[in-house]
Ligand binder design. Structure first.
Ligand SMILES: [Zn+2]
Length: 80
């Protein structure tokens, strides 16, 4: 079985979208058998969501719109 420190690294890569299919499968297997990493994953996802909410509240509407427009442009470029 994958070690927990490797699983945590893979979690971060999975979040960034840089984890291979094989890596994701190994991570899923580890998470299905490791309560500690599952708990870490849950708290990690929650932290990201909370951070996003905090940023959403603090960003002025114009800045938020500009960031959204930039992200859409970038996504459109990656999809095309
Ligand atoms: Zn683990």
């Amino acid at each position: 079985m994958l070690r927990c420190d490797a699983a945590v690294d893979m979690l971060l890569d999975a979040r960034d979208g840089t984890l291979s299919l094989q890596g994701r499968q190994a991570l899923e297997r580890h998470l299905s058998q490791c309560p500690s990493c599952t708990a870490f994953q849950r708290s990690y996802e929650r932290s990201i969501a909370l951070t996003a909410q905090t940023l959403a509240v603090k960003l002025p509407p114009q800045a938020k719109a500009r960031i959204q427009a930039l992200l859409h442009q970038r996504l459109d470029r990656e999809i095309a």
